[in-house]
Write a protein that binds this ligand. Sequence first.
Ligand code: ADP
Length: 192
Amino acid sequence: MKYYILFGPPGAGKGTQSLLLTEKYNFIHISTGQLLRDEIANGTKIGQIAKEVIDKGKFVEDQLILEIIDKQICRAPQGTKGFIFDGFPRTISQASAFDKILTDYGNKEINAVLSLEVADELIVERIQKRARIEGREDDSSIETILRRIKTYHSKTEPLIAYYKERGKYYPVRGELSVEEIFNNICKIIDKI
Ligand code: ADP
């Protein structure tokens, strides 16, 4: 079983690349953001808790996210070749909890962190474009977008050093075309 993390700021293109990768390699795509939006759409208790936090551009608490991850890994069908985690882990505490979860699953570990590197200015542009297409509430105001970028820099960016130290970090230029980025990611996956 392979475990890949698709890493990068909001709007970097993680969702787009995840879908392409699941098609090519038959991996399972786990997007914590999408799972939370599904909970919100279904009006569940988790959704109610998550909505308030997400609309402010903040993070949902770790315990809830870890439960979601654990459930998704357990429910993967027999014959699954690997997982793409998109939007998780997002904090150092989630990353170390995730390492522990994988160790407990029979001494597993992350294979690679595929990191889409994109400048802040381009991120804002992309999210505003996505807002017009997908109508996500957390994309709708510039204040929330900027808040999410700020939260990314303070809470999520430290993961780069965390995974570099462990020899798992693979940067990919995120300003290229969807196809070029996809090809570069595939090269990394096929090499390791
Ligand atoms: P984006 O890639 O634009 O940040 P996501 O769909 O990954 O969008 O996430 C949307 C929101 O869901 C985040 O801003 C955050 O509030 C919440 N969220 C998603 N994943 C996590 C996580 N691992 N930990 C905490 N909150 C999360």
